[in-house]
Design a protein around this ligand. Structure first.
Ligand code: UT7
Length: 333
């Protein structure tokens, strides 16, 4: 099994988020492709998504999310010693978005690393942060999930263009006397990765030809089946490993790809929808940003409170899953 109880000295001490101002509604999409509001809401739950301006890129969204964190929690960032940005849509491959964040905020001597695990990226970043903190090589890490998916969405493909939106979420993870990361899970099935991809240099995946236009391509039905079965099993496995009965979990925050997927996960895991936080209805699928956006909505609403158990569970391109059970410690701001 790929779930493990963790040694941890990591604690999330602050959070900040940002979505671009411009909203793309279902009604507007009706004028772009053969779709309608009823289909989109019934099949996905999505009502609108936020879309970056032509001149706005992932680095800009990262900066806004970090400024939001800094203003809300009044924390200094000069002594951050690592920046990790999870994204599939960097403005440039290098310099990394993490290096851009270091430069923007005058952080003194930090490591900077972009990671790409698609919609599992933010949770993977937290897992890495725990390792860096525990090893003693870092004391304070910024972990960011940020995407401008609208820039890699094919707005002539109705099966994908109704899904995606842009946004960013940043958390500060610090070493403390007591850690709050309890258990984690990672699992990947690379043999079915061709069901969800964005091309880069190659015109094939493991010998099978792929579309090379650089936009997101998805076999929705196959990814849906995988998500409902494998993610539900993964969540149950992670809870079991941690010794947490499903009915005792305070909050589940799965990657917000589709409200129907969340409802199926709820049924299969026994975690009621009243304990699941989502960001898909107002923001669409924002990949690496969807979990911090949902978490922050729970914090701002005063629902997620210090001491609560929170299970973050990313899943998507790879196909990869990344789960982390933690105890929330940051006060709401
Ligand atoms: O973030 C990473 C992980 N991603 C996911 O977890 C996404 C997983 N997949 C999904 O969420 C769903 O599969 C979708 C929302 C993408 C699609 O929903 P679905 O219920 O699986 O629809 P479908 O692909 O089975 O298509 C059903 C019908 C088809 O028509 P026929 O063949 O039954 O005549 C599609 O052509 O709906 C049609 N369709 C649409 N109709 C109106 C597909 N897209 C649209 C659309 N508007 N936008």
């Amino acid at each position: 099994m790929s779930s493990h109880r963790l040694h941890s000295n990591a604690r999330i001490t602050a959070i900040g988020t940002y979505v671009p101002e411009k909203i793309l509604t279902n009604l507007e999409l009706e004028g772009m492709v053969d779709t309608n509001d009823e289909w989109i809401v019934q099949r996905t739950g999505i009502r609108e998504r936020h879309i970056s301006e032509p001149h706005q890129y992932t680095s800009d969204l990262c900066f806004h999310a970090v400024r939001n964190l800094r203003e809300r929690y009044q924390v200094g960032l000069e002594d951050v010693d690592h920046v990790i940005v999870a994204t599939s849509t960097p403005d440039t491959v290098f310099p990394s978005m993490a290096a851009r964040v270091q430069g923007e905020f005058g952080i003194r001597a930090a490591g900077a690393l972009d990671i790409q695990a698609a919609c599992a990226g933010f949770v993977s970043g937290l897992q890495l942060a725990n390792g860096l903190l525990l090893s003693g090589s870092c004391r304070k890490i910024l972990v960011i999930g940020a995407e401008t998916l609208s820039k890699i969405t094919d707005y002539t493909d109705r099966s994908t263009c109704i899904l995606f939106g842009d946004g960013a979420g940043a958390v500060l993870v610090e070493a403390g006397a007591e850690g709050s990361f309890i258990a984690s899970r990672s699992a990947t099935d690379g043999t079915i990765g061709h069901h969800l991809y964005r091309s880069a240099l190659s015109d094939n995946i493991a010998g099978s030809p792929i579309a090379t236009h650089g936009c997101i391509v998805q076999n929705g039905r196959e990814v849906y089946k995988w998500a409902v079965t494998q993610v539900s099993e993964g969540i149950t496995d992670l809870l079991h490993t941690s010794g947490t009965p499903a009915e005792q979990l305070d909050w589940l925050i799965p990657h917000s790809a589709n409200l129907r997927i969340l409802e199926s996960i709820s049924e299969r895991t026994g975690i009621g929808m009243d304990r699941i936080l989502e960001s898909v209805v107002r923001y669409g699928n924002t990949s690496a940003a969807s979990i911090p956006l949902a978490l922050d909505s729970g914090i701002r609403a005063g629902r997620v409170k210090p001491g609560h158990s929170v299970l973050l569970y990313g899943f998507g391109g790879g196909l990869t899953q990344s789960g982390l059970l933690l105890q929330w410690v940051a006060e709401s701001q």
